[in-house]
Write a protein that binds this ligand. Structure first.
Ligand code: R1P
Ligand code: HPA
Length: 247
């Protein structure tokens, strides 16, 4: 489901969940929503995920701003005939995550006194969590955290020239003491704990990031919407810590 709304004077659409390759979807299906968002007029994409940390400076609950990624997924989302209407055959990946948005997010985190790290995310197929040796491999390869999503969506976002910001919550550490206890339940619990800070950060980022504000005639609708938002806040907020896409 796509949830439409506004934050400040920015129009926002949030995806209520995402598709994963490990669920059996093709890469085209996994990344299809990004194409749809682009065609809806989305200019900026914010993507969030849960991941396992291999950087010893992280701990469970750390918020990591993704500065780069390593694609270790088994299939490339742009494999096959290129549709030039979407983007070029050979995509420049020198700045997959917007340097400008990263700087803004760090500035906001400092102001709000939210501890953030930055790091490289490595995408694997899953659905198994990594073995100790695989976590070690992830570290040797130069990544700071590992997960089973995000990379395909970001590649397709870059294909379509969507400016992207990515953030990861460290839900478990791939070290010898904690690895035995990794479970999806723990991932969800750890993500939930980090959610209030992530919500504040993302909300403020949306407010401050450059983009098209609402037009004056849209402001009236906004005031009605804000009343609604206020009264449905609890319900609405829940969407913010799910993998989300905004414009
Ligand atoms: O990347 P997201 O979907 O946030 O979630 C991460 O957490 C799930 C495993 O617990 C996997 O889906 C993994 O990729
Ligand atoms: O340790 C992990 N590995 C892969 N995916 C994950 N998602 C949350 N934690 C992990």
């Amino acid at each position: 489901a796509l949830v439409f709304g506004t934050i400040g004077v920015k129009k926002v659409v949030a995806m209520q969940g995402r598709f994963h390759f490990y669920e059996g979807y093709s890469m085209k299906e996994v990344t299809f929503p990004v194409r749809v968002l682009k065609y809806l007029g989305v200019e900026k994409l914010i993507v969030s995920n849960a991941s396992g940390g291999v950087n010893p400076n992280y701990k469970v609950g750390s918020i990591v701003i993704i500065k780069d990624h390593i694609n270790f997924m088994p299939e490339h989302p742009l494999r096959g005939k290129n549709d030039e209407r979407f983007g070029p055959r050979f995509v420049n990946m020198s700045e997959p995550y917007s340097v400008e948005m990263i700087a803004k997010a760090k500035e906001i985190a400092q102001e709000l006194n939210i501890e953030v790290h930055d790091g490289v995310y490595l995408g694997l197929q899953g659905p198994t969590f990594e073995t100790l040796s695989e976590y070690r491999m992830v570290k040797i390869l130069g990544a700071d955290c590992v997960g089973m999503s995000t990379v395909p969506e970001v590649i397709v976002a870059r294909h379509m020239e969507l400016e992207t910001f990515g953030v990861s919550i460290i839900t478990d550490m791939g070290d010898e003491e904690s690895i035995l206890s990794v479970s999806h339940k723990e991932v969800l619990e750890a993500a939930k704990k980090a959610e209030p800070n992530l919500r504040k950060l993302v909300k403020e980022l949306i407010v401050r990031v450059n983009g098209h504000p609402l037009k004056p005639n849209q402001m009236h609708c906004l005031s009605i919407f804000e009343w609604h938002l206020h009264h449905c806040l609890k319900w609405y907020i829940q969407f913010l810590y799910l993998p989300t896409f905004f414009w």
